[in-house]
Design a protein around this ligand. Structure first.
Ligand code: BTN
Length: 308
C-alpha cells in the first residue's frame, strides 16, 4: 500500500480503489492506513472517504527509496540501529548481495573515522551503508572513498540544488561546515589481494541542528527540507554511475574541481604535524603537498589535513 501511496503522492485514493488494487477488504485498507500512520507516514483523510500521502510526509522506507532508483538494489530499512556500517558488515558476512543497502532513520552508535562517533538523530539526516563486492584490489578500493564524496556532492546538487565542496579526503562541506561524513570499512581474508566486501557508510546532515557542544563549530547541515528517500536514492544512483570508472580514476577531475583544500596552506596532521602547501590530488586520490621544497604524497588512510 505504501508503494501505491508513494507513486501517487498528493493524489486522493479511495478505500475502494486501494482495496481492489491490493485485493483486500476496505477494513483491511483502513487497518493498514492506521499502521502506516503509527509508523509516522502522514496519510490524510479526504472528504469523500479517501486517503492521500501528504507531500510533506518524510519517513524513510525501502519502497520510497526504490521509487527513485535507476537500478535494482536490495534495501533494508531500520527505524533505529546502532550503526548501519556494523549491520552492513554482518549482512556482508552472511552473504548479502553486491549493491545491498542498509538504511536507518536514526543511529544510536553512528561511527566515524578514527574512533569518533557520528551524530545521527531521527528525522533530520540520512544514514546508510552500501555493500559492495569489489572486483578490485585493496589499493584500488582506497579510491572508493573520494569517489563516494563526488557521488554525494552530485546527489546533493540534483536533489537540494546546493553546491557543496570536498575537504580531502572524504568530508563534504557546505557554508564552511562539515555536512557529510563518509567512512568505508572492509571485510576479507588474510592473504587475499581484494576484500570480500567493502562497506561504504554515508551520513548526511539534512536539517540537523541540535549538535552536541563539541561539534558546534565544525558540523553543519544542508538546511533544506527534502525528500530524504530521494536523496538516498540519488546518492546510490550517482555512486552507480561513477563506480564502473573507479579503476581508470574517471572521477578524479571532478574531485579536483570540488576539493577546496587545493592551493591552500595546510597543517598535515600525523605523528609529527607539519605545514605544507596542498598542490594536487593524484590518480589514486592521494594529496600531493609541498613542504620545505619537497613533494610529499599523502595517503588517504594515514593522515588528515587542516587548512591554516
Ligand atoms: C566520518 O566523518 O568520520 C565518517 C562518518 C560516517 C558516518 C556514516 S553514517 C552511516 C554509516 N554508519 C555509521 O556508523 N557510520 C557511517
Amino acid at each position: 500500500m505504501l508503494k501505491i501511496f508513494e507513486e501517487n503522492r498528493g493524489v486522493e485514493l479511495s478505500g475502494e480503489t486501494l482495496g481492489k488494487t491490493l485485493g483486500v477488504s476496505r477494513t483491511a485498507v483502513w487497518k493498514t492506513v492506521g499502521k502506516l500512520r503509527s509508523e509516522g507516514h502522514e496519510i490524510l483523510s479526504c472528504t469523500k472517504g479517501g486517503y492521500t500521502l501528504s507531500e510533506q510526509s518524510d519517513i524513510i522506507s525501502a519502497v520510497g527509496i526504490q521509487m527513485y532508483l535507476r537500478s535494482s538494489h536490495e534495501i533494508t530499512v531500520f527505524d533505529e540501529i546502532d550503526s548501519t556500517n556494523s549491520r552492513a558488515k554482518l549482512m556482508a558476512i552472511d552473504g548479502a548481495a553486491d549493491g545491498s543497502v542498509v538504511v536507518a532513520e536514526c543511529q544510536s552508535g553512528g561511527r566515524g573515522r578514527r574512533g569518533r562517533s557520528f551524530f545521527s538523530p531521527r528525522g533530520a539526516g540520512v544514514y546508510f551503508s552500501i555493500i559492495i563486492r569489489p572486483n578490485i584490489s585493496y589499493l584500488q578500493c582506497q579510491k572508493v572513498v573520494p569517489l563516494s564524496a563526488v557521488a554525494v556532492t552530485q546527489a546533493i546538487h540534483d536533489v537540494c540544488g546546493l553546491d557543496t565542496q570536498i575537504k580531502w579526503v572524504n568530508d563534504v562541506y557546505f557554508n564552511g561546515k562539515k555536512v557529510v561524513g563518509i567512512g568505508t570499512e572492509s571485510i576479507g581474508q588474510l592473504g587475499e589481494d581484494k576484500p570480500e566486501a567493502l562497506i561504504v557508510g554515508i551520513g548526511i546532515n539534512v536539517t540537523t541542528d541540535n549538535f552536541p557542544e563539541e561539534l558546534h563549530d565544525k558540523a553543519g547541515s544542508l538546511g533544506v527540507k527534502v525528500n530524504r528517500n530521494r536523496l538516498i536514492a540519488e546518492c546510490i544512483n550517482c555512486f552507480d554511475r561513477l563506480y564502473p570508472g573507479v579503476s581508470e580514476s574517471l572521477f578524479i577531475p571532478e574531485y579536483r574541481q570540488k576539493c577546496f583544500v587545493l592551493g591552500k596552506k595546510v597543517n598535515v596532521l600525523c605523528e609529527k604535524p607539519y605545514e605544507a602547501l596542498a598542490l594536487d590530488v593524484d590518480e589514486n586520490g592521494a594529496l600531493i603537498v609541498e613542504t620545505e621544497g619537497k613533494l610529499v604524497t599523502l595517503n588517504t588512510e594515514e593522515v588528515s589535513v587542516r587548512i591554516i
